[in-house]
Design a protein around this ligand. Structure first.
Ligand code: TYD
Length: 216
């Protein structure tokens, strides 16, 4: 594993947990403190990864097999890591990423039922010796998240039934136990500003070095 001068912080959680809002609040505050911040998201964040995102989320692509889905997420990730994340970390930036590899374990592993060890291997390959990072899990029961996201049209994964989203949620909680050094949990049920205060505690501890994070 390579350690870089920058830091990677990932925001995870079920659909509708407010990750995008929290990434923005954290980025603004870090920038005001003088940090150089890069915001990105998964699947996406590069030209190729955004093209793969279209394939993944298009609700017409009903025939996509779970393995194809897992490999496409890993491909989009590999491109993002190589083209954006590693250069930014090398330049000493703080990278805030909306979803990352834990999403694959939760959605493709627990949601789709794919073998976790296989997913881990494929994703380690995609991560290309990425070092330590920190994951902040915005914790919200899936029925709450789905209710919040009701207003816009649902993508291919959001259209899965509630039992799928329940398995994803259970998956995240399994990952919290498996990677206690890397994943921090924040209750996402309150107002964005209150959630941000909890997020901030963990994030600044990781940036200042009192929380080491962990590898994947
Ligand atoms: P996104 O559109 O960013 O949704 P949200 O705003 O809810 O985060 O994410 C796209 C969907 O892709 C989301 O339902 C979760 C899913 N996903 C996976 O299944 N596996 C993955 O590895 C990633 C990164 C996302």
């Amino acid at each position: 594993m390579v350690e870089y001068p920058g830091k990677l912080i990932v925001f995870e959680g079920p659909d509708g947990a407010g990750k995008t809002t929290q990434v923005k609040l954290a980025a603004e505050r870090l920038q005001n403190m003088g940090y150089s911040v890069l915001m990105t998201r998964e699947p996406g964040g590069t030209r190729l990864s955004e093209m793969i995102r279209q394939l993944l989320l298009d609700s017409d692509n009903r025939e996509m097999s779970p393995v194809t889905e897992a490999l496409l997420y890993a491909s989009a990730r590999s491109q993002l890591v190589a083209e954006v994340i590693l250069p930014a970390l090398t330049a000493g930036k703080i990278v805030l990423c909306d979803r990352f590899v834990d999403s694959s374990l939760a959605y493709q592993g627990f949601g789709r039922g794919l073998d976790l060890e296989m997913l881990r291997q494929v994703n380690r390959f995609a991560l290309n010796r990425l070092g330590r990072f920190c994951t902040i899990l915005l914790d919200l029961p899936p029925e709450e998240g789905l209710k919040r996201g009701k207003k816009r049209e649902k993508d291919r994964l959001e259209q899965e039934d509630i039992t799928f989203h329940q398995r994803v949620w259970d998956g995240y909680h399994f990952l919290v136990k498996k990677y206690p050094e890397r994943i921090r949990v924040v209750d996402a049920s309150s107002q964005p500003e209150l959630v941000h205060q909890q997020v901030w505690k963990h994030l600044i501890a990781f940036i200042k070095g009192s929380h080491q994070g962990g590898v994947f």
